[in-house]
Design a protein around this ligand. Structure first.
Ligand code: ZN
Length: 388
């Protein structure tokens, strides 16, 4: 059996020419007539049962940008596709667009035709993840049983392994999906997920293919060695463990492949890096601990990565009050930068909402988040100062 991944088909494409049969209680066609939604071996549409909770949930997911899962088509001929898996979801989408049911949003019950234009566009332009399969009926049926293992939906990588089965996958699983491999213990510090559910293999493929796993697997399907995959993965791991000599729990699940590509040519002083890691990981103002490593690799300048906590409201109000008092007394602006300027705002007293808090000594240079290190600047001057 052959399967091709399609990622550009939108909800609008699928629902083109959608026909729902009230009589039979099923969705019939889509994709401008090319798609048969309900082939013989499929069950009836059940998502409208129990008050339609399930069909509403499909629309809700699309609106929120959540994936609605993999869809499978059987390619019968050039112009004829059948839905192998995804019938209920596709029918939900088609029925909603045809105003067959409404969903509840902040404005009450809404039919598709009555929704705001941006919401309608969001639904219509959502892209679906579809596998087009081609094969003998017996193969297709067997496949259909495999992907419908009751209660345990397959992980994406497990599906990819099944689709691209061959010598390459066999060897790759021996290395990356095998708990008996002693190296897994070391890798666990950097890679997140369950070995047996293919999380480590997925990461190794993701890194070597720069995110194009499916394509990479198809190209290597019949290769009888996994040298490139193995070497690349080891290079990334060696690089990380060489730059960051201490293993921290925050390292697990970081996008090391991407960071390797970006920074492996730069040189780092291990002792200095190590001291920085310790400093930033315990800094209570750093909200994004996971990004500490990327922050350091990039030269400790991009503080946005760390999502640093800023001054709290009490401090801002206190500093605002004191600056405003001084400004009024001297008949000068309460923004210290405006006060020394030559423009019209020289003596302007800004409202607190027209000002932003700024670190006198930048946080990245060791400046504290205390009132002493806080100054209120008008928005223009704060923006001009930039780095906080
Ligand atoms: Zn100013």
């Amino acid at each position: 059996m052959k399967a091709v991944l399609k990622t550009k088909i939108t909800v609008e494409d699928i629902c083109e020419g959608f026909v729902y049969s009230e009589l039979e209680g099923k969705g019939l066609y889509g994709l401008d007539g090319k798609l048969t939604i309900q082939p013989e071996y499929q069950r009836n549409y059940i998502y409208a049962l129990e008050g339609g909770k399930k069909e509403m949930a499909v629309i809700d997911s699309v609106l929120k940008g959540y994936p609605i899962g993999l869809i499978y088509f059987n390619k019968v001929s050039e112009d004829n596709l059948e839905v192998l898996d995804g019938q209920q979801r596709i029918t939900s989408l088609g029925r909603f667009i045809k105003d067959k049911f409404a969903i509840e949003d902040e404005n009450g019950m809404q039919y598709f035709s009555g929704m705001a234009k941006d919401k309608r566009n969001k639904i219509m332009s959502t892209k679906l993840t579809i596998y087009e399969c081609k094969g003998k009926e017996s193969e297709i049926k067997k496949w259909f049983e495999t992907i419908n293992i009751a209660g345990v939906p397959l992980e994406k990588q497990e599906l990819l392994n099944a689709l691209n089965s061959g010598p390459f996958v066999t060897l790759a699983k021996e290395e990356f999906s095998n708990n008996q491999n002693a190296k897994i213990q070391k890798w666990r510090a950097y890679v997140k997920g369950i070995v047996e559910r293919q999380a480590f293999l997925e990461r190794a493929l993701d890194w070597v293919s720069k995110g194009n796993i499916d394509d990479y697997m198809q190209r290597h399907r019949y290769k009888t060695n996994i040298n490139e995959l193995k070497n690349y993965f080891n290079k990334v791991i060696d690089w990380v463990s060489n730059v960051f000599t201490d293993v921290e729990k925050e390292m697990c699940g970081v996008e090391w492949g991407r960071l390797y590509e970006k920074y492996h040519k730069d040189s780092y002083n291990q002792a200095k890096v190590s001291a920085k890691v310790q400093k930033f990981l315990i800094d209570p103002y750093v909200k994004s601990n996971k990004n500490v490593f990327e922050f350091i690799l990039g030269g400790s300048t991009d503080t946005q990565l760390l999502d640093v906590r800023v001054f709290d409201d009490a401090i801002k109000k206190k500093v605002y009050a004191s600056q405003t008092k001084i400004g009024k007394a001297k008949k000068k602006s309460n923004c210290p930068h405006c006060a020394i300027g030559h423009v019209v705002n020289k003596s302007k007293i800004w409202k607190i909402k027209e000002m932003d808090a700024d670190h006198v000594l930048a946080w990245s240079k060791g400046g504290a988040n205390s009132a002493k290190n806080c100054q209120m600047l008008c928005k223009t001057h704060n923006r001009a100062k930039g780095n906080r």
